[in-house]
Design a protein around this ligand. Structure first.
Ligand code: PMP
Length: 344
């Protein structure tokens, strides 16, 4: 795909080839060089455009779907938006089962993009019939001529990043990347990029970011599913209460856990230091870099690439709302007093 074409035939031609942008201020006191792969430059404003387009085109190639058929998925919002966008251009119907943790903005957007949306409770176990996994499965079974993308258990999710994001990063850094830092939800992003990069140079460190309240880090370390690790948290799209097969644990060297509060503040910091208005998990990934820097993981020769998965506009009613930040107790007293005085 050429991004310097004068005219594009449709929006899908703009998926991928996102820029790698040097971080000049936020990491200026850290050892090494830091570059962000800014996935908000995809036309659907997230990395999920890549997997939606890739998986649907693979299904077309195999003759599994034809225009007029239905695509079903579970999604925290971004994948749903991307599938809805691809469905519009290619002529599919789109049904989405969404977690109630997703922001109202995301749900409204999905509806605007023509999707039929089912909102399911967030804090039930994955095998509960009310969970968005079970609801999606049922909708798929009940809808004739439907395809279930199943991003958590679909290895094509990994392949999408193996064939696009991985080679892009390798070429953009001219093979000089030493560390990749990426959030893990389905694990498709980190696994696909990680697999590609390790094939080019096995010394590259692949570092995953997980949430407190998720089982992923512990599972990576012990190969045991520890239910005690699971409790509610606020970041959408990061971590999990199950083990996705779209995560290739063997290509990941280590996981770092981050808090909701620090990730939210770091996302705001990225905006007002680098001018990059990115989402909550971008804050989480950058927060992990801060912690790794304190642990002396990096040297002056490190070339660290961090994935910023989506755009900040999807979090206006959350981390970019002072009221929401206050309601979570994420602002200190001074900040709260300032917010109150503005209201008067
Ligand atoms: N950030 C956001 C905002 C996401 O929606 C997701 C996907 N759930 C991720 C990060 C993690 O990407 P992946 O699913 O490829 O691990």
């Amino acid at each position: 795909m050429e991004n310097n074409k004068k005219v594009f035939n449709n929006v899908l031609e703009l998926v991928g080839n996102t820029p790698l942008i040097k971080l000049n201020k936020i990491a200026s006191s850290f050892k090494g060089n830091y570059y962000a792969k800014v996935e908000a430059f995809n036309p659907g404003h997230s990395s999920k455009d890549r997997i939606a387009l890739y998986i649907i085109e693979q299904a077309e190639k195999k003759g599994i779907i034809k225009p007029g058929d239905t695509i079903v998925e579970t999604t925290s919002g971004n994948t749903g938006f991307s599938i809805a966008m691809v469905s519009i251009i290619k002529g599919y119907k789109c049904i989405l089962a969404v977690s109630s943790k997703s922001s109202a903005d995301k749900i409204d957007m999905l509806k605007t993009m023509g999707a039929q949306v089912y909102v399911c409770p967030a804090h039930v176990s994955a095998d509960d019939p009310r969970s968005y996994y079970e609801v999606a499965k049922r909708l798929h079974e009940e809808t004739e001529g439907s395809v279930y993308i199943n991003q958590y258990f679909n290895e094509l999710n990994i392949d999408a990043h193996y064939h696009s994001t991985g080679p892009e990063i390798w070429n953009q850094t001219e093979g000089k990347i030493t560390h990749l830092v990426a959030c893990s939800g389905t694990g498709g992003t980190i696994s696909g990029i990680g697999k590609y990069l390790k094939e080019q140079n096995p010394d590259i460190k692949i570092i995953g970011v997980d949430a407190y309240g998720s089982v992923i880090k512990k599972y990576h370390e012990t190969q045991e599913f520890d239910e005690k690790e699971i409790y509610p948290y606020r970041i959408e799209g990061l971590g999990k209460n199950l083990i996705p097969t779209a995560t290739k644990f063997e290509v990941i060297d280590e996981f770092v856990k981050v808090t909701d509060e620090e990730s939210a503040h770091t996302a705001r910091e990225i905006a007002n230091t680098e001018g990059l208005f990115v989402g909550y998990t971008s804050g989480a990934a950058m927060q992990a870099i801060k912690q790794l820097n304190e642990d002396e993981t990096f040297t002056k020769d490190s070339n660290v690439v961090v994935i910023f998965p989506d755009h900040g506009s999807r979090y206006m009613s959350k981390i970019y709302s002072d009221k929401w930040m206050n309601d979570q107790g994420f602002f200190d007293t001074i900040h709260q007093e300032a917010a109150e005085s503005i209201q008067i």
